[in-house]
Structure formats: C-alpha cells, structure tokens
Design a protein around this ligand. Structure first.
Ligand code: CUA
Length: 610
C-alpha cells in the first residue's frame, strides 16, 4: 500500500518536474555563453573539420570546430622534415622539384553539389599547379601542373560532381610563353581559364581543356549549381590591361567583369575538334568558337564570385566598391538569347550590366567574399570595414553586421558554398590581426574568429591563431570523413615492401645499395650496416605495426634524412655515403617505452681501405 502511494505521488510530481527541468535545460541552452558554445570537453571530438590554406607556407591547416584546435598541418607544396615530406623518394617525386608553393583555396570534392569527404584539392598560385589530398589518410597524393596558366589563382573550385577543377591566370603571360617585350602586353599576353578533369574513382587529375582569354587578372571562381549547372563564373580585375603600377592603373574603370563560362558548350567544342594544342593542352580561342564565354560587367575590381545555393544568382564582391553586385542566371540567359551586348573583348561578348544585374546590396566597404547559410542569408566579408555583413537573399536587405579583428579576407560557413549550407557558424579569416595574441616579434599571427550565426544577431565566440596565411577555407561535417587509422599490411603493394624480419636484407648493384628494412617496437632490422664511400643507399623501410598511432621515425645523424613511417606503410629514402665514418640512425618518433633504444649504426669504409 505504502509503495503504491509513493508511486502515485511520484507520478503526480513527475510531470511538473519534467516540464521544469526541460524548461531549465532549454533556457540554459538558449543562454549558453560563448565559452560554452565552443567548449569541447576532454575526450570529446569536434563536430567539424575546417581546412584553411597555409598560403606561402605551402601547407594546409586542419582545425576542429567549434573548439578551434589545430589538429594537423598537411604538407603539400613545401617540405615537412617531421614527416619526411619532400625527403623520401615518393613525396619528392610528387613535389616535382619545387620546394615551395602558394596554397590559396582548399576545395573539397563534391557529389550532387555537396561535399562528399573524399578528396581535398588546393591550388598553387606561384607555380601554376593543383594538388590532391586523399581524405582517407590526409596525405597529398598528386600534384598537376597547368601549362599556359601564369599564377593559378582562381582555382581549384570544383564543379558539382567534381567533374572538373578550374584554374585561371592571375599574371598574364605570352601563351605559349616566349621572349617578347613586356611593353607589348596588350598584343602578346593572354590569360587562360583552365579545366582539369578528375577521375571519379581514383581522383586522378588531367588537363582537360583551356580557354584563351584577354590579359586580365583572373581572381576567384565558383561553379554553377542546380539551375546554373554546366557553367562556371570567374571574377577578374585589370580589364585596363595594365602591366606596371597596377595599384593605380588597374583601378581606373568603374567596372571589370565576371567571366561566365559554359563548360558544357566547351566540352562540345572540344569533341568537334575546335581547338588548337598549346603545350600539350587543348585550347579554345573564343575569337573562333562562339558561345563559350560571356562577360558580366561587375563593379569594381571584383574578388569573390559566389553562386547562391539554389544556383540562381552570382554574387560579385567588388573589393573597391561599397556594394556586392548580384547577377541573375536567368537574366543572363535571356540577355544572351536576345544578344543584349555592349561590345566585346577578344571575341567575348560583354552583356549589358542592366540586363544581368538583379541587385546591388549596400553591404559596406571592401566586400571580398560571400558564403551562405541554411536560412536564406548571405554573409559577406568586408576588408576595409573589418566586418561581416549578413544580408537576405531575395529582398537584398542588410540585416546585421559584426566587426572582426582585423581586416578579414575570406570567410567560410559550414558547407557554405554548396547546395546545402548547414548554418550554425561562420569563420572569419583575418589578415592583419594585430595584437590578438601574446607578441612574438614583428610579425603577428593571422587570426581566425568563429561567429555564431544561428540567431538573429551574429555573435563573436572565439579567436584562434592560424599559420601563414589563410586565404580561404572550407568547413565540413566531421561525420563525412572517415580516415583509415592504419594501412593494412596485407594490402601493402609497395614494390619494396617486406612483410617480416626474415625478408630483411641488403642488395648491392655496383654502387647502388638497396636496404630492405623493417621497423617494429623497438628495433630496426637490419640495424648494423656497412657501406663503402660513394655508395648511393636506398633505405626501403616497412613499418610492420598494425596498432593505431604506432608510427616510427627514421633519422640518420649528420644528414638531411628523416622521415616518418606509418603502421603498415613502406617508404623509401636515399642517402649518399659521402664520407667514411660512423653514422648512428634512430627512431625519431616516440613509439614505446624503449623508443630511446630504437637505433642502429652505419659504418662507411674509405675507398682506400680496400
Ligand atoms: Cu620507434 Cu620511436
């Protein structure tokens, strides 16, 4: 009886208690402090990966959000001595003889217009290249050179099914490159818009085709999506065609352009053989092939060229203007049909501004780049104002503005340039972040700032420093990336792999010596090695471990050899036995309690001692 009564009382009490508790919970969540919104407790994982370009460091920074924790630097165009990137034979070959690159725009592969978590691409503005990183292991697998492109800046923005990566000239050059007077810039120099195809199974990149363009400076790009699928849009400045003092001479005109490229039509032209081959690439000349490219006049030296998630609008961030210009894709199609042109450049029709423009949104000074959320809003970075403006698609009204510290370049929202933006946060990448961190000398770290965009008003949550120099970023839902944590040894197809200690050996062929070595806690086999002065030694080291995070290192004293070998992986590194003597080698990556004991000796005999 007593028990039943108790239960009854509990039931009577429980409903209001539950309501009260849920109410409290809701109030707490709604009223979360900025610290609570970014706090990821020990042992918990972040919800998003942010990939931020590392600029002239040639690397990519991988951050967890919302915490802002730096998880990894991926070496791409520059050596990384910890991993051995640029030291071992495989990565040296991928780097193609360069030791630097200017990594600007990370681009995640897409399926149906949304990130699919397979690959990450990034351009090299300096040496005209694009790299592919496999998100299965966060390692750079391939770097392709885009011939004819001088300074590949507007790159490598992907088309909605990763059919293509784009590229374009920032610094026009003669095509093909040759010695002509710089003063003949207008006659002899050209820009190029490039399309690089991506194999849908392997990710392998190939130069598909290019389009010869006037010698403007092509800046940024975005692929058309949904209704504008099949098109790509490239901003460009310096339609003045200046080649010196651009600071003054390239800012004369009120409007430059966004180049709209019908890549489906370009594919047809290529099929019909309407191209000439320059440096091994099929190049379409718009003076001979019509209907491939059109110019949309856009004020003023536009930077960002961003297509809305529905694909209906192209937003141009005129960096010397106080507005963003919104062009309508449908209006553009009508204007093309009607031949609503205002002259042409190099055979490329210029569409009438009034015929394509839908709105000029008064966002503020120095609009650079626009991203989108899931509620129909756009977010534009304002370099001069040091702020982000939030504005409504369709009504074109500016609804909020938040200052950032200081001088924002780009910004990234979660899936913010796809057909399915996720909202929640926008990340400001600030260029001149004076005084945000403990001073470390004359150069101040760049800064990223995480901003909550889930409410009516944007709310500043967090600062974190970023390695030089983020030009662009993309943020992906962490559940879409599932990296492998060891390389299965039985799937190791490296021609120099060995699978057990009894296969370890040294093979000599003239003065080439191949060492087949294994690394496993906590020793190398073989670990006593004898060479002759002048030998070219190739160490092929297989890490036999199959446990997570048991990475071994291999460093040789008095040399530039060091690399990291992951569980199940084989890597090859070359070392020249230049001088007689004794050379210790050791494991450079902490692997076990006996890590310190993981070592060996090389003896190099003098030629004369024989
Ligand atoms: Cu192996 Cu440290």
């Amino acid at each position: 009886m007593r028990l039943i009564n108790c239960g009854k009382i509990m039931r009577l009490l429980s409903l209001p208690l539950l309501v009260g508790f849920l109410g409290l919970l809701f109030a707490c969540k709604g009223g979360q402090s900025p610290a609570e919104k970014v706090y990821v407790p020990p042992g918990k994982l972040d919800s998003y990966y942010a990939f931020l370009s590392g600029g002239h460091s040639g690397q990519i920074g991988v951050f967890g959000l919302p915490s802002g924790r730096l998880i990894k630097m991926i070496p791409v165009f520059a050596p990384d001595v910890a991993i051995g990137w640029g030291i071992d034979e495989g990565s040296k070959e991928i780097m193609g003889g360069y030791i630097w690159g200017d990594a600007h725009h990370p681009a995640l592969s897409e399926t149906n217009g949304d990130y699919d978590g397979r690959w990450l691409f990034i351009n090299d503005t300096a040496n005209g290249r694009i790299a592919r990183i496999d998100l299965k292991d966060f390692v750079t697998k391939e770097i392709i050179t885009l011939p004819n492109v001088g300074g590949n800046h507007a790159s490598p923005f992907v088309t909605p099914n990763t059919e293509y990566l784009v590229g374009a000239t920032r610094f026009s050059i003669p095509v093909p490159n040759r010695d002509v007077p710089i003063e003949t810039y207008k006659e002899n120099f050209n820009g190029v818009i490039a399309f690089v195809s991506v194999d849908k199974d392997t990710g392998h990149m190939e130069n598909a085709f290019q389009i010869l363009m006037p010698p403007f400076d092509y800046d940024l790009a975005d692929a058309g999506k949904r209704v504008s699928y099949g098109w790509a849009f490239f901003s460009c400045y310096n339609s003045e065609e200046a080649y010196k003092d651009l600071e003054v001479e390239a800012s004369q005109k009120d409007r430059d352009f966004i180049a709209a490229v019908n890549w489906k039509a370009a594919e047809e032209a290529i099929k019909e053989g309407k191209y000439k081959e320059i440096n091994g690439v099929k190049v379409i000349d718009p003076q001979e092939v019509k209907g491939i490219v059109y110019f949309l006049p856009t004020p003023k030296s536009p930077h960002g060229s961003d297509v809305t998630p529905d694909g209906k609008y192209i937003v141009g961030g005129g960096k010397l203007a106080a507005v963003v210009t919104v062009h309508g894709f449908e209006k553009m199609q009508e204007a093309i049909k009607k031949g609503d042109f205002d002259g042409e450049v190099m055979g490329i029709p210029i569409l009438k501004y009034e015929s394509v423009r839908v709105a000029e949104v008064p966002v503020g000074l120095g609009p650079l780049h626009t991203q989108f959320d899931d509620q129909g809003y756009a977010y534009t970075s304002l370099f001069v104002d040091s702020a982000i403006a939030k504005w409504k698609l369709g009504t074109w009204e500016v609804v909020d503005k938040i200052p950032v510290y200081y001088n924002i370049g780009h910004l990234a929202a979660i899936h913010g340039d796809t057909v399915k933006p996720r909202g929640k946060f926008v990340l400001a990448m600030n260029k001149i972040a004076k005084g945000r961190y403990l001073p470390v000398g004359p150069s101040h770290p760049e800064s990223a700032q995480l901003i909550d965009i889930s409410g009516k008003k944007m709310e500043m949550l967090l600062d974190f420093p970023t390695p030089v120099e983020p030009h662009y970023g993309q943020i992906i839902d962490a559940t879409l990336i599932k990296p492998e944590l060891v390389y299965p040894l039985d799937q190791n197809k490296d021609p120099y792999a060995i699978k057990s200690a009894d296969q370890a050996r040294v093979e000599r062929n003239g003065n080439r010596v191949d060492v087949y070595m294994i690394a496993i806690r906590s020793h190398f086999t073989p670990n006593i090695l004898k060479f002759e002065e002048g030998d070219n030694v190739y160490f092929h080291i297989t890490n036999l471990e199959q446990d997570v995070d048991i990475t071994h290192g291999f460093g040789i004293n008095f040399s530039n050899v060091d690399m990291q070998i992951e569980p199940g992986e084989t890597k090859t590194v070359k070392w020249v036995a230049e001088k007689p003597g004794i050379y210790p080698f050791y494991c450079t990556n902490f692997c076990s309690a006996l890590h310190q004991e993981m070592q060996g000796y090389i003896e190099v005999a003098s030629k004369n001692s024989k």
